[in-house]
Ligand binder design. Structure first.
Ligand SMILES: Nc1ncnc2c1ncn2[C@@H]1O[C@H](COP(=O)(O)OP(=O)(O)OP(=O)(O)O)[C@@H](O)[C@H]1O
Length: 263
């Protein structure tokens, strides 16, 4: 299924009363969240607030104790089968010593679309070439993935999602370990992907960067504390509830001086 063929009418993400426990540790406790198509939504919260668990729940990688997840009106198995969703995990969750080159990683985005012989066809190779060009990694495509810088690694995984033509991109801390100029290039890329019709949920600790990047923001603390425009979410009151009391003159103005945020 291509971007043009996604089921219409349903929200890109619809989470209803989602609870996730890990052997007695409650990671998510009654999350309700709707994100419409063609939006960039920033996901923020302290370490341990459940951001990665929410991503994994959307991908069907962890089993909820209760509640439901729908992507474009479909459950996570169906939405993955139709190649609608891609996930860029946190760097810690990736084995960077794995003997694959950048091109191999991007080609993984085509696996769900390969023909009956499971061999890459011309359209698969062209999709990979196009994705590598878009993220500026064509020259490095034969490098082992672990030989790339932090920003290049993230771009390789984003390219995998572009090659897949995923309508929904789940990006877990894509700016961690990325220098400022690479971060600017990623922000511009994410906005272009949104303008093409994709939906992006992106977790970040860079609170000061959210108004420039995101159409909306979600403040998570095992459940949704606030959801709305960046301005309505990034208030001193909300941030104090999520992160604890802030220093005097806090809020987004102060966060601009500490761009890595509070977490
Ligand atoms: N596999 C696991 N087994 C047990 N507990 C887990 C597991 N994964 C996460 N947790 C716990 O669930 C809670 C939420 O973790 P999660 O990684 O989803 O938060 P997070 O907001 O993504 O944190 P961070 O910003 O540090 O990545 C934490 O208390 C964490 O310790």
């Amino acid at each position: 299924m291509s971007l043009q063929q996604i089921p219409s009418g349903a929200a890109a993400i619809a989470v209803n009363e989602l609870h996730v426990d890990y052997h007695g540790v409650t990671a998510l406790d009654g999350v309700n969240l709707t994100i419409e198509e063609r939006r960039i939504c920033g996901l923020i919260g302290v370490n341990g607030s459940g951001k990665s668990t929410l991503f994994k729940s959307l991908m069907g990688l962890v089993q909820p104790t209760r509640g439901s997840v729908r992507l474009f009106g479909l459950d996570s198995v169906q939405s993955r089968k139709l190649n609608l969703v891609t996930y860029v995990p946190q760097s810690e969750d990736v084995d960077w010593t794995f003997p694959v080159c950048v091109r191999d990683v991007v080609m993984m985005g085509r696996y769900g679309r390969l023909g009956p012989m499971r061999r890459a066809r011309r359209q698969d190779r062209e999709a990979v070439d196009h994705a590598l060009d878009r993220v500026g990694l064509a020259d490095l495509q034969h490098r082992q993935i672990g030989e790339l810088s932090g920003g290049q690694r993230k771009r390789a995984f984003v390219a995998r999602g572009i090659a897949q033509d995923a309508a929904l991109m789940l990006l877990d801390e894509p700016f961690a370990g990325v220098d400022k100029s690479s971060e600017g290039a990623l922000v511009a890329l994410f906005r272009d992907l949104r303008d093409e019709g994709r939906t992006i949920l992106v977790s970040t600790h860079d609170l000061a960067g959210i108004p420039q990047l995101c159409d909306e923001a979600v403040l998570l603390h095992r459940h949704v504390l606030a959801h709305g425009t960046p301005g309505s979410v990034l208030t001193n009151d909300n941030l104090a509830r999520a992160f604890g009391p802030l220093p005097a003159a806090a809020g987004t103005a102060a966060l601009e001086e500490t761009p890595d945020g509070l977490a």
